[in-house]
Design a protein around this ligand. Structure first.
Ligand code: 5RP
Length: 290
């Protein structure tokens, strides 16, 4: 117990030095509470303002897809290079060593698989996310899906409500239905719907034409999914263009873990995202000789 004899009066009040009022380095998130900002600051690098998230949650809809058959062998060696990992609770508990101490973007919504009808989802229990020390709750949002749009937006709304209670931010993940076109108009619409409903981060796809309209019309950070496997150079080009057109990072899976040399690829992606390296340079440095 503190000794209450000899309590000295304070002397150094810094009179004349106004207390600094810090801003926040991520777009649209200045007014969040401390816990939210602390979690987001673990995901996004404060110098670059960007993040390289490694996504390997695909199994929840696809099962053991190529590159994810043995996550302990293929993904665990990559985790050290990522700023954040995106996965399901099942893989987190069974395979990811907690000693990595990486922020987790937890797959928080789940339901149907590729074998039936995608996007028919519910959300998890927040206590489980707290137990797993999640830094971000990732929820699929299927704007324009005639059957599941409403339910997935309700899932997002519920997640933002409960996540806010516990200081855990939410990421809206824009789903793309088979019949929906991945153009700037649609991606801006679905990403904006996520932000309007309270998502603190939005994950969407890159589009070659007018992607700046997507990033400019969404008031919070956008990260892009990698999408289907591309040749390494093309995937780096896509990341480069997305960052230059306003994305705050990538949440990339197949283009990293299905690459010929995934460790080289994730380092090349880091150079592009955090240091603005040209894709050609990053490719030469990491990929061509690997
Ligand atoms: C699945 C996801 C994936 O995490 C996402 O698609 C990222 O992976 P990839 O870069 O392979 O597209 O959100 O719903």
């Amino acid at each position: 117990m503190a000794d209450n004899d000899n309590v000295q009066s304070g002397k150094n009040f810094g009179v004349g030095t106004p207390q600094k009022t810090e801003g926040y380095f991520l777009k649209g998130l200045t007014h969040l509470d401390w816990g939210m900002k602390d979690r987001l600051s673990r995901i996004f690098n404060q110098q670059s303002g960007k993040s390289v998230m490694l996504a390997f949650d695909h199994g929840y809809i696809m099962g053991p897809t190529s590159g994810l058959e043995r996550i302990d062998l293929t993904i665990v060696p990559l985790i050290g290079y990522a700023d954040c990992i995106m996965c399901t609770r099942g893989i987190l508990r069974s395979v990811v060593p907690p000693t990595f101490n990486k922020p987790v973007s937890l797959r928080y919504s789940a339901g149907s698989t590729v074998l039936t009808d995608l996007n028919d989802e519910c959300v998890m229990d927040i206590e489980e996310a707290v137990r797993l020390n999640a830094s971000l709750l990732a929820v699929m949002v299927a704007v324009g899906d005639p059957k599941h749009e409403g339910q997935t937006i309700r899932n997002l709304t519920q997640t933002v409500d409960v996540g806010t209670k516990f200081g855990i931010p939410t990421m809206g993940v824009t789903a793309v239905g088979k019949e929906l076109v991945r153009d700037a108009r649609y991606l801006a619409m679905s990403s904006r719907v996520c932000a309007e409903n309270g998502a603190h981060v939005v994950k969407t796809y890159y589009c070659e034409k007018d992607f700046e309209q997507v990033t400019n019309s969404v008031p919070v950070p956008i990260v892009i999914a990698g999408g289907k496997k591309l040749p390494e150079k093309e995937a780096l080009e896509m990341a480069y263009r997305a960052i230059n057109e306003g994305a705050a990072g990538v949440d990339m899976g197949r283009n990293i873990f299905q690459a010929n040399n995934p460790i080289a690829m994730i380092q090349a992606v880091r150079d592009v995202v955090h240091h603005g390296s040209k894709p050609e340079e990053a490719f030469k440095k990491w990929i061509s000789e690997s």
